[in-house]
Ligand binder design. Structure first.
Ligand code: NAD
Length: 256
């Protein structure tokens, strides 16, 4: 048996169509989990196809996690299609334009909060309502170095990821005696699609200049699988005593 074994577990992974989410879906399936791949994009179906081609079991739900009804439907799909829910990975997230508060527009603030904070909250609430009566479950949130420090992104993204850290800790403590574990990973830079062309073309250069020294101190850019490995550990029974942890996975960036 692998140290990390997800055999028999049913897991929802949001943002499973790309980057860290896709790597996590594929790893979970290879470790024995049945995976519900959630994404706003049709790429969720491609991840399901790749899992099935490798002999694993998965199904897709396409929709916006910032809509509470969609979040509820993702959890319902897991329970109705696969009988239960053991693991929720709140991974889907979007980046801001590195703007400080003075230059952050309302629509950017709202969009970031909707995807990065409302989504994980709606899914956590729906998942707990399925997990608590069943006796427990594991929630892993993909926060960010920007969930711990102030100079990794703009005001909106930084605030959203700090809030995800708070949601993680509150969930961990509130439900610890009822079999729920909630932990977060805090990646540094990872080679994914999160820095879209649109973001790269509209970076707030003045705010970016202020945080550049911290950016330049980053040690290395990680591959998505390096985040997936930690997420799988936290999701698994191998991490049975790990609860409320916020774990940097940044090659040592946060150590400086
Ligand atoms: N890449 C990095 O450097 C980095 C660093 C720290 C944290 N993170 C976090 O990792 C997580 C995954 O990001 P990634 O780097 O793999 O990016 P990515 O853009 O490759 O993947 C994100 C996925 O989320 C999906 N998504 C976006 N909005 C959604 C919505 N409203 N509902 C459902 N799905 C939605 C996208 O379609 C995409 O498939 C995010 O939470 C991000 O903030 C990334």
């Amino acid at each position: 048996m692998n140290v990390i074994d997800l055999t028999g577990k049913v897991a929802i992974i949001t943002g499973g169509g790309s980057g860290i989410g896709k790597a996590t879906c594929e790893l979970f399936a290879s470790l024995g989990a049945t995976v519900v791949v959630s994404d706003i994009a049709e790429t969720a179906h491609e991840t399901v196809a790749s899992i099935e081609a490798g002999g694993g079991t998965a199904s897709a739900v396409v929709g916006d996690i910032g809509d509470a009804a969609v979040a509820d439907s993702i959890v319902s799909a897991a329970v109705e299609r696969h009988g239960k829910l053991d693991v929720l990975v709140n991974n889907a997230g979007i980046m801001d334009r590195f703007a400080g508060a003075a230059t952050t527009e309302d629509d950017i603030w709202r969009r970031i909060m909707r995807v990065n904070l409302d989504g994980p909250f709606f899914l956590t609430r729906a998942a707990l309502r399925a997990m608590l009566p069943a006796g427990g479950g594991s929630i892993v949130n993909v926060a960010s170095a920007a969930g711990i420090r102030g100079a990794a992104a703009g005001a909106a993204y930084t605030a959203s990821k700090h809030a995800v850290v708070g949601l993680t800790r509150n969930t961990a403590y509130t439900y610890a005696k009822r079999g729920i574990r909630a932990n977060a990973v805090a990646p540094g830079g990872v080679e994914t699609n999160v820095m879209t062309e649109d973001i790269q073309q509209h970076i707030d250069q003045e705010s970016m200049a202020a945080i550049t020294p911290v950016h330049q101190s980053a040690q290395r850019v990680a591959q998505p699988i390096e985040q997936a490995n930690l997420i799988a550990f936290l999701a698994s029974d191998a991490a049975s005593n790990v609860n409320g942890a916020i774990i940097p996975n940044d090659g040592g960036w946060f150590a400086g």
